[in-house]
Write a protein that binds this ligand. Structure first.
Ligand code: NZQ
Ligand code: ZN
Length: 387
């Protein structure tokens, strides 16, 4: 088992009306609040009014209009607002895009250069950041319980993750996710699954707790996503998806395991950078193709796929290779049944930029260092198979 450090400083308030703690939580940091939100869903669900009511004694400056796949220009806009208004605390209300942008804004508030893209490309530094509180409205990315954020630059066709800051407090009320449509509910749930699948196929055997947590998260999503799709206001289903969201991307399901490269996320971020697609949909398309590809390329990884087929889908077969492929087929069937597109061509994507994507994703060696080492040519092959 590999060494690991557990260090998640976020306080998570989970459950019905968890938002009631907001005045006390914001009061810990000050009265000048930057409210960051997206395209308006928080108004439709009454969350905007509730926030304004709870924060009536604060000075709330608004930074709305954060895009899905948030742009660096929005980060700059929010950062400037923080500087101009002496903001004490940033409050993000929305999904992963809003929370990610808010994280970068918390860092951008102290940025002194001209090109805000530098805060995304500069790695490995401990950031000075404003405190961040968030109210989660979409179960997917785990941004409410990790320190990372993913920001897009349309000028350079880059979408890059970096570690910015952990939320000080995350408020997670599953009722706010009742209004998430079927497409985003499916995409978000597949993102949750992908966060544990990426680490699950690293080579370590016998890390029982991490593998067990990953399997339980997968089984929970497999059980609860169809319920949430059928009955969007099913509290238990939405609550299970929300809990799974926070733990899946927290690092916990990978404790004791070797870093696996997160190849599907790498490839998906390239696709979104060029085509602005929904993250979870890209993952749903890439993941089964990548699985079959690595299994064929290096059959020594078969035991991991056998565990996946047995423990997640309860499949049996005397032939391990057949069992491994059965598990992948079952996963693909589950994704397909949610009704999202399962081919890149359905999203209007062709192979024109695949070589550039493969080079860009491997700039830090994440393909070559993956649990099954891949070349840039392999990445292009995988993307072509997704068309
Ligand atoms: O913009 P609004 O009006 O909020 O609408 C959003 C958006 O259109 C809508 N939505 C959110 N909550 C809703 C709702 N609609 C109705 N009712 C609600 N309660 O859903 C749409 C998608 O929202 P978005 O925030 O983009 O989705 P998600 O949470 O999936 O975030 C995706 C972004 O997070 C990044 C992705 O790459 C992508 O940029 N990721 C962040 C990670 C992290 N911070 O750790 C890890 C992930 O792997 C991922 O890369
Ligand atoms: Zn993801």
């Amino acid at each position: 088992m590999e060494n690991f450090v557990h260090n998640i400083p976020t306080q998570l308030h989970f459950g019905k009306d968890a938002i009631a703690c907001l005045p006390e939580v914001i009061g810990r940091y000050g009265k000048n609040v930057l409210l960051v939100y997206g395209g308006g869903s928080i108004r439709k669900i009454g969350l905007y009014d509730r926030i304004m009511d709870l924060l009536k004694d604060c000075n709330v400056v608004e930074c709305g209009g954060i895009e899905p796949n948030p742009r660096i220009e929005s980060v700059e806009r929010g950062s400037v607002l923080c500087k101009e208004n002496h903001i004490d605390v940033v409050l993000a209300a929305g999904g992963g895009s809003t929370i990610d942008a808010a994280k970068a804004i918390c860092v951008g508030a102290y940025f002194e250069g001209d090109d805000y893209w530098e805060i995304v490309t500069t790695k490995g530094v401990k950031r000075k950041a404003l405190p961040l509180v968030d109210i989660l409205t979409l179960s997917a990315t785990g941004s409410e319980f990790d320190g990372g954020g993913v920001i897009s630059n349309l000028k350079t066709n880059e979408k890059m993750g970096n570690s910015f800051t952990y939320p000080s407090v995350s408020i997670c009320d599953p009722q706010y996710t009742y209004s998430v449509n079927a497409y985003q509910t499916a995409a978000g749930s597949i993102d949750i699954m992908s966060h544990v699948l990426e680490g699950y196929f690293s080579r370590n055997e016998g890390v029982d707790l991490s593998d067990g947590i990953a399997e339980v998260i997968l089984k929970s999503v497999i059980r609860n996503l169809p319920i949430a799709l059928k009955k969007p206001d099913d509290y238990e289903a939405r609550a299970n998806l929300m809990m799974a969201s926070s733990v899946a991307c927290s690092g916990i399901p990978e404790y004791g395991k070797t870093y696996s490269g997160w190849v599907c996320h790498g490839l998906e971020h390239e696709l979104s950078a060029w085509y602005d697609i929904t993250h979870g949909v890209g993952l749903a398309i890439v993941t089964p193709v990548w699985m079959r590809y690595i299994l064929k390329k290096d059959p020594s990884i078969t035991p991991r796929f056998v565990s996946f087929a047995k423990n997640v889908f309860h499949l049996e077969d005397e032939d391990d290779t057949k069992l491994a492929y059965k598990g992948i087929d079952e996963l693909e069937k589950f994704f397909t049944e949610t009704g999202i597109p399962m081919k890149l061509s359905q999203l209007g994507i062709d192979d024109v930029h695949f070589e550039e994507m493969a080079q860009h994703v491997n700039r830090t060696g994440r393909l070559s260092n993956a649990s099954v080492s891949l070349t840039e040519e392999d990445a292009v092959n995988i993307l072509r198979m997704c068309l």
